[in-house]
Design a protein around this ligand. Structure first.
Ligand code: GLP
Length: 250
């Protein structure tokens, strides 16, 4: 691991296409890359600050700064006296508007989806309220079970105005990648989180026992001009996900 990280860090230093003069940001990127490439697995320990400082010839302040950012992002966790680890649970910062696909790829996991619905139809009254649409408008509906490799992590029902995404078949694995192509990826979002116990059908899809703890998240995603581009309800397995929010006083 130490060697993989040192090689990656040196590669970034030598790569003239990467204009990153700040050592701590370069190191942060190198750590992110080795996690993504699975040179270090979830649960494994990162080399100590002292070892990294020696091998990379960087100050301990630089190492600490690089690591702190990744702890904040949820990729690394720290246990007092035990060191720094690659996070095992999926720790998702609430302040970043990222997609399921991006969250998993950043952890070196392979995201995939199984669709139970991928169609187009007239908006229901509830969807019209959530998306600010007029009755009769067309929407694309996606119902998916979302997996990391073969492990189901979440069930998602997304509704998107057909005016921004004309064809549901354009969504392969990632909704946000499809929206991006139309310049309609959400720029901000409002989310509501609720603790739930998973019903029989949800539990079956997520391979957990009926009544297991889950998190229901509703997200409305907006464009800069205020248009709502997605209304998604997700049911995440409570045993795998941690949602973390940073709070600040005014
Ligand atoms: C998360 C959000 C959803 C969003 C999805 C997009 O799961 N909770 O609201 O629709 O990401 O992910 P992807 O682009 O992988 O489909």
């Amino acid at each position: 691991m130490e060697t993989a990280l040192a090689n990656e860090y040196r590669r970034l230093c030598d790569d003239s296409a990467i204009h990153q003069p700040l050592a701590y940001l370069r190191l942060r990127r190198a750590i992110r890359n080795v996690i993504e490439h699975r040179d270090i697995e979830p649960g494994q320990t990162l080399p100590s600050e002292r070892d990294l400082s020696r091998v990379l010839n960087l100050s301990r302040v630089t190492i600490r700064k690089a690591i702190a950012g990744l702890v904040e992002e949820g990729l690394l966790t720290q246990r007092h006296g035990a060191g720094t680890f690659v996070a095992e649970r999926i720790v998702k910062p609430m302040s970043r508007l990222t997609s399921f696909t991006e969250d998993l790829r950043a952890r070196g996991l392979h995201p995939r989806s199984e669709f139970s619905e991928r169609g187009i139809g007239e908006v229901t009254p509830e969807e019209a309220m959530a998306l600010n649409l007029s009755p009769g408008s067309l929407v694309v509906r996606l119902h998916r079970v979302r997996y990391a490799e073969d492990e189901p992590l979440a069930i998602e029902r997304s509704v998107v105005p057909a005016s921004v995404l004309p064809d549901p078949m354009l969504v392969h694995d990632s909704l946000y990648e499809a929206l991006e192509k139309f310049g309609c990826r959400p720029r901000r979002a409002l989310q509501r989180l609720r603790a739930v116990s998973l019903g029989a059908q949800q539990a079956r899809l997520l391979h957990v026992a009926t009544g297991s703890a889950g998190l229901n998240i509703e997200r409305r995603g907006f464009l800069d001009d205020g248009r709502v581009v997605e209304f998604t309800s997700s049911w995440y397995r409570g045993d795998i996900y941690d949602f973390v929010a940073e709070l600040q006083t005014d």
